[in-house]
Ligand binder design. Structure first.
Ligand SMILES: [Zn+2]
Ligand SMILES: [Zn+2]
Length: 174
């Protein structure tokens, strides 16, 4: 979606609010695809805060299916985004400012999808867990340990501890 900002750039104190449908079915993050379960419309507020300067505020909420880092089960993650960016009219912006807003501005037009995309990428969760105490998968047989133990011997004793245990067992036999 492109919104032309020319009018807001040149009208002192002007505020415009708009609502757009936001329809994405999947997100791609680091080469992986994730399906979007639900998304709210995008609410956009444009305010002229100085000559040729507009404050862009955008709100959108989307529920995405991610995978638990430990057991790989599906986890619904909600991105509740509240974006705020100051944008300067291209005829007044310095080359540095132009570069900064290049990610979501195309000349005098604001690219809402790209603004949201950038925000999603920067707010992607570092860690995804289905629950804080997820037990993960058995490293031997791959069973989901949240559903019960599998009986595999995954105990790797510390070699020093093993030596003490040997002495202990030897004494016990006497
Ligand atoms: Zn899990
Ligand atoms: Zn196992």
């Amino acid at each position: 979606m492109l919104v032309n900002l020319t009018d807001v750039f040149s009208s002192d104190g002007k505020t415009v609010t708009k609502e757009f449908p936001y329809e994405v079915s999947e997100l791609i993050y680091e080469g992986e695809h994730f399906s979007v379960k639900e998304c709210s419309p995008v609410l956009v507020k444009l305010t002229n805060i100085a000559a040729k300067k507009v404050l862009v505020e955008a709100k959108v909420k989307l529920a995405v299916l991610l995978n638990c880092d430990r057991c790989l089960s599906e986890v619904e993650h909600v991105f509740d985004l509240q974006i705020e960016r100051e944008v300067i009219s291209p005829d007044k912006a310095t080359s540095e400012e132009l570069e900064e807003q290049d990610a979501f501005m195309e000349g005098y037009e604001l690219n809402i999808d790209r603004l949201i995309d950038n925000e999603i990428m920067t707010s992607w969760p570092m860690k995804v867990l289905c629950r804080p105490d997820c037990k993960g998968l058995c490293p031997v047989c791959g069973k989901d340990l949240n559903t019960g133990a599998c009986g595999c011997d995954t105990f790797v004793p510390d070699p020093r501890m093993a030596a003490i245990m040997d002495v202990f067992n030897a004494n016990k036999e006497v």
